[in-house]
Every structure is written in C-alpha cells, then in structure tokens.
Design a protein around this ligand. Structure first.
Ligand SMILES: Cc1cc2nc3c(=O)[nH]c(=O)nc-3n(C[C@H](O)[C@H](O)[C@H](O)COP(=O)(O)O)c2cc1C
Length: 105
C-alpha cells in the first residue's frame, strides 16, 4: 500500500505526528509525509491512502492546506480512502475543520 501523509505545521506538532505515521506505515509498505507547499503541487498519483494532518488555526484549517484543497475540483478525491487528523485540542473547532477538508475528498 502506498500512503501519502500531507501535512502543514507551524510549530512542529503536526509535523511530528505526520512523520510518526509515515514511519510506522513504512514498516508495511510505501509511505511518505509531505509538507504542503504552495509552490509545489502535491501529486496524488499512485496513492492508495491519503492522510491529511493539519493544525487548527483560527478555528479553520491552515491557509496552506486550505489552498491545496481549494485548488482541487470538489470531490476530486472522493474515491480515495482518506482520513483527516489534527493535533488534539479541546472544543469543537475540529469538527468544522475536518468537514471543510472532507468536502474536497
Ligand atoms: C495562528 C494560530 C491560530 C490558532 N488557532 C487555533 C484555534 O482556533 N483553535 C485551536 O484549537 N487551536 C488553535 N491554534 C493552536 C494550534 O492548532 C496548535 O497549537 C497546534 O498543535 C499547532 O500545530 P503545529 O505545531 O503543527 O503548528 C492556533 C495556533 C496558531 C499558531
């Protein structure tokens, strides 16, 4: 299985989460963690499982992750097994955050 972990991180928490996930999954297949970078489009070709990890910023996903998904046609990744993660924090912000990303998957 080829897993892509796309993440954004300002202070390193989500980066550590993304790297641990990729390192763990690499034990049983291909996996890489890629930091979202507006200058470099992310390729989803050949990816079997997509994991999106991003910090909540101002009760939304970060601007860089938002830009990545807003550039994709809506539902472009609808057939891609996927999940959305963020560093845990109390409150309900994560629900809005996740729904926003999931509308593109
Ligand atoms: C500019 C900014 C805005 C943030 N806004 C929120 C927020 O609205 N809700 C929340 O729960 N956490 C918020 N946080 C906290 C981050 O989501 C949290 O610290 C996260 O672990 C940071 O991940 P990172 O180290 O990968 O950047 C905010 C952090 C920053 C820097």
């Amino acid at each position: 299985m080829n897993t892509l972990v796309v993440y954004d991180s300002q202070y390193g928490n989500t980066e550590r989460l993304a790297q641990v996930i990729a390192d763990t999954l690499r034990a049983s297949g291909q996996a890489q963690a890629v930091r979202v970078d507006p200058a470099h489009p992310v390729s989803f070709q050949g990816v079997d499982l997509l994991i999106v990890a991003g910090p909540t910023q101002r009760q939304r996903m970060s601007p860089a992750l938002r830009a990545l998904f807003e550039r994709l046609p809506r539902r472009a990744l609808k057939d891609m097994p996927s999940t959305v993660l963020k560093p845990a924090s109390p409150g309900t912000q994560g629900i809005e955050n996740n729904n926003h990303i999931k509308s593109f998957l």
